[in-house]
Design a protein around this ligand. Structure first.
Ligand SMILES: *Cc1c(COP(=O)(O)O)cnc(C)c1O
Ligand code: SF4
Length: 446
């Protein structure tokens, strides 16, 4: 695991809180023994990392274990199946390192570390050579995973990229430089967007980020008009934009990209309105927006964290007031500790609708609830009754094939279904996008 501590303007290092040093924190002794045990046991398998800001300013320690940010960043007993949990605990007690390591590995592999065919189906090629650290699933957008941006200021317990943070090297996909990306973009004029993602690319020093992105800002790549950066820093470490020693450099760099005539979009991962409540978080938003960059808010709807329509309505309302554009609400993905965090699709849809109906039209730019599944981003439009049959109405906001987008389709209503693969088509043998299995593999290949 790479963990490069950031220095603040005062030269003070921020301290990550991990399973190694948590025993020394002020709150450790106050935690319930059951929670302390869960932190030790679960963090063997799934990555754990928090930091001083999250711990001191976002978590309400009088509301443990229910506090949403505590659930968001601290391992919870329910995150492993009871038998797996007991097995891990027993192996830890026995102290046989080898046995523990191989069990950890086995459990990790059982948790679907790379959902939606990320490794096998979206890797683009240049002259027949696969390009590591790139993904090209939807025509207009290429995802770029810089090697130095594959960690975060804190880890979400529900993280869908968790496999990037643990020691499964053959499972990580990351690029060490952007030469391949620039060469690929040169022969792909259909690409208008590069989405730099991780982890959190803003864990990188500005100097490093610059090295990656400057090669994309040439006239030759004028078709790449939108530079997007996926980041949780505005929520987990807003100091990145305010007091870090290279905070101002980062903002100047955003300004420089904007001056080339490009749109800079910070795709900010917000999970809960408390993340927008601190003066530091609000100052970060003001400073980013002053550069001409736009901030768009997105995040998944998660049991124990934000399965609450009032919380979403508040998040979108406060986002709009600060000039942030609400963008996506996602469905918890089919990986990691999903059984603890997932919600039935119908429940997520109700939360979305209830929140959406409470907010100004300015916040109704948000779309969802959306599943980032193999064929595309599938949205639950609603529940309806057609010819006496109760159905889910769905469509795609993004599709492996662009002609799949915004074509409504139907699935049999299932009150327990939590993901697309559990849905069965209504009024048809197959979903329309299942009729061209061969074509699936071609999209994204050069
Ligand atoms: C969501 C996503 C994008 C970006 O989609 P937009 O709808 O343009 O925000 C690009 N690639 C992948 C793989 C995605 O999941
Ligand atoms: S910010 Fe994103 S990549 Fe980082 S831990 Fe959270 S979900 Fe995972």
């Amino acid at each position: 695991m790479q963990s490069r501590p950031t220095t603040t303007a005062e030269g003070r290092r921020y301290r990550p809180v991990t399973s190694r040093n948590i025993h020394k924190t002020a709150f450790w002794e106050k935690l319930d023994p059951e929670i302390r045990e869960a932190v030790s046991v679960v963090s063997q398998v799934l990555p754990f990392r928090s930091n001083e800001y999250v711990v001191e300013e976002l978590i309400d320690w009088s509301n443990i274990p229910h506090d949403p940010i505590f659930q968001l960043t601290f391992p919870q007993p329910g995150m492993l199946a009871p038998d797996v949990y007991r097995r891990m605990r027993r192996l830890m007690e026995q102290g046989d390192k080898g046995a523990l390591e191989s069990a950890v590995r086995e459990v990790r592999l059982s948790l679907n570390p790379h959902p939606a065919g990320q490794l096998t189906h979206n890797v683009p090629k240049l002259n027949g050579r696969p390009l590591p650290g790139l993904q090209h699933k939807y025509d207009e957008t290429v995802l770029f995973f810089p090697a130095r941006g594959q960690t975060c200021h804190a880890y979400c317990t529900y993280c869908f990229r968790w496999a990037q943070f643990v020691d499964l090297p053959e499972m990580q996909f990351q690029a060490t430089e952007s030469k391949d990306l620039a060469a690929y973009l040169k022969v792909h004029p259909e690409v208008s967007d590069v989405l730099v993602t991780g982890g959190d690319p803003l864990i990188m020093k500005t100097r490093v980020l610059r090295n990656y992105l400057e090669p994309l800002l040439t006239d030759e790549l004028a078709h790449v008009s939108n530079i997007r950066i996926g980041s949780k820093s505005p929520a987990y470490w807003p100091q990145r934009f305010v007091t870090d020693d290279d905070a101002d450099d980062l903002l100047r760099f955003f300004e420089e990209i904007v001056a080339t005539g490009r749109h800079v979009a910070l795709m900010a991962h917000y999970s809960h309105p408390v993340e927008l409540s601190t003066p530091m978080a609000q100052e970060a938003v003001r400073r980013i927006r002053n550069t001409g960059a736009q901030i768009r808010a997105q995040g998944p709807c998660i049991r124990h964290v934000n399965d609450d329509s009032d919380a979403w309505a508040k998040l979108w309302r406060e986002a709009v007031a600060l000039g942030i554009v609400p963008y996506y609400m996602f469905v918890e993905r089919d990986t990691g500790a999903r059984s603890y965090f997932e919600l039935p699709l119908v429940r997520v849809y109700e939360i979305f609708r209830d929140a959406y109906s409470q907010v100004t039209g300015l916040a109704r730019t948000v779309r969802g609830p959306s599943m980032s599944a193999f064929p595309g981003k599938v949205r639950v439009l609603g529940v309806s009754e057609i010819r006496g049959e109760k159905v889910f109405v769905l469509d795609m906001l993004q599709g492996r094939k662009s002609e799949w987008v915004r074509r409504p389709f139907y699935a049999k209503f299932d009150p327990r279904a939590t993901w697309l693969d559990q849905l069965r088509p209504a009024f048809a043998e197959r979903f329309f996008f299942q009729e061209e299995p061969q074509a699936l593999r071609m999209v994204g290949a050069a």
